[in-house]
Design a protein around this ligand. Structure first.
Ligand code: SF4
Length: 454
């Protein structure tokens, strides 16, 4: 009989149980939805496309439009070239997008379809565009797919005329539309003329108008992506999601960049704002100083509830690292950090963070899964769990307060409208965390009272 409290019993090198990630095309589809009048296209069978759309729709509670090459047995044997050709004609004829953004699936990658050559052989109507990225799901995660798609938009479309346009490119990383709005709001307050790519605000959080819009008002336009090549500077958030597209923009159009952590919490938001200040030379307006002061005040107020509490955080690598830094700022201990996305950088950055704040006996794992996280928690418990919806089973089994943050959150509403980034996002997170801890304290106190009465 195996003893599941011992790590030898659950450590695996190949199998993942309940991985803290999903497949590459989900990220590619999300990135393509952030381009105005773009039809994300899944080059594979209908089941993949249906799954990716469902996954995004359940998180955002808004329809994720996408088309499929609809592979059947023939395409699986002979390749999907003909399917793609027919699909492109149908999509341009029926849905009239400005651009089709194709991503691959496991099946088309295994067949070895050469998308570059296939697209060159397609008759694309004048003034329309077709781009692609490779998203084999036996590698990376939805974050890799997101990053690949953003890099492909730049590599296909952005052009440098040799004259800088004074604008800053903002690459937000894999975040909610509410976060994108907040990043833009801060850039606006700092007086930065910018283009965000991708920008799902106004697409995945579009208002109810009573009329179905295949292409809602939001999203980066194709023209803006073309002019991205003339940007004076670029800021990207989150190494795993934004470094590759920033590098593509640098190599193709010589746009210098700064890579920042996702600005969750005080330190990382300060870094974002100070970087904007260095770029423009503009002073930080009082309105931002005031928000920062309010957040500091809130953290002091709730300190008695948060101090020394142990937290387990799982989800996307850039989000988990920034959440970990924020809980450290709150006096908490990020005992366990897990992401399903592979990559050594995650564990390295996590260790640097533990060292910076002087916390010991914390663990971080990339390519991890929720099964292993659960076993860690059984070995030594935590006071709080933070992550997407799938963590609720651990929270329920171990009776731990649970704060939903990150992706996917399929059993709650409104979250994608509310930022986690910036000082405002910090206030919201602080509210969620302190409420969860206080609810637990209230419940424990009520149980104690009940026992005394009995
Ligand atoms: S087959 Fe591959 S691309 Fe399709 S849903 Fe599964 S993991 Fe994703």
């Amino acid at each position: 009989m195996l003893d599941y409290t011992k790590k030898e019993a659950y450590e695996r090198s190949a199998l993942r149980v309940n991985p803290a990630k999903t497949c590459q095309p989900v990220g590619a589809m999300y990135a393509a939805l952030g381009v105005h009048e773009c039809m994300p296209h899944s080059h594979g069978s209908q089941g993949c496309c249906a799954f990716h759309r469902m996954y995004l729709t359940r998180h955002f509670k808004d329809p994720a439009m996408a088309s499929s090459s609809s592979f059947t047995e023939g395409a699986s044997v002979f390749g999907g070239g003909t399917n793609l050709k027919t699909a492109a004609k149908n999509i341009f004829d029926i849905y009239n997008p400005k651009i089709i953004a194709v991503h691959t699936t496991c099946l088309s990658e295994t067949i070895g379809d050469d998308l570059n050559a296939l697209i060159q052989g397609i008759d694309i109507p004048e003034g329309k565009y077709m781009v692609h990225t490779n998203t084999p799901s036996y590698k990376g995660s939805h974050i890799t797919g997101f990053s690949n798609m953003v890099a492909s938009f730049i590599s296909y479309l952005s052009v440098s005329t040799g004259k800088r346009n004074g604008k800053a490119a903002l690459l937000p990383g894999f975040v909610n539309p509410g976060d994108m709005r907040e990043l833009k709001r801060i850039a606006g307050i700092m007086g930065i003329n910018h283009t965000m790519l991708p920008d799902t605000s106004g697409v995945m959080d579009s208002p109810m108008t009573g009329t179905f819009e295949m292409y809602p008002k939001g999203g980066t336009t194709v023209e803006e992506i073309i002019h991205l090549g003339d940007s004076s500077y670029a800021f990207g958030f989150g190494k795993m999601a934004s470094e590759a597209p920033l590098e593509t923009l640098l190599k193709k159009c010589q746009v210098p960049y700064k890579l920042l952590g996702l600005p969750i919490g005080i330190g990382r938001t300060d870094e974002y704002i100070m970087s904007l200040q260095d770029y423009t030379g503009n002073a930080v307006p009082y309105s931002l100083e005031e928000e920062r002061g309010q957040l500091v005040d809130i953290l002091i107020d709730i300190h008695t509830y948060t101090y020394n509490k142990k937290v387990a955080i799982f989800g996307d690598p850039d989000t988990v690292l920034s959440l970990a830094e924020f809980v450290l700022e709150m006096g908490m201990i990020p005992k366990y950090l897990v992401t399903g996305t592979p990559g050594e950088a995650f564990e390295k950055e996590a260790k640097a963070l533990f060292a910076k704040f002087g916390v010991k006996d914390c663990r971080a794992k990339a390519s991890g899964d929720l099964y292993e996280l659960h076993q860690w928690i059984k070995e030594e418990g935590v006071d709080l769990l933070i992550g997407g919806t799938h963590g609720k089973y651990i929270a329920r089994a171990e009776d731990i307060p649970f704060v939903r943050a990150g992706f996917p959150i399929i059993d709650r509403y409104i979250h994608s409208y509310m930022p986690l980034v910036g000082y405002k996002g910090g206030m919201r997170l602080a509210e969620l965390i302190s409420n969860a801890l206080m609810d637990r304290q209230d419940r424990d106190a009520a149980e104690e009272d009940f026992e005394m009465v009995m």
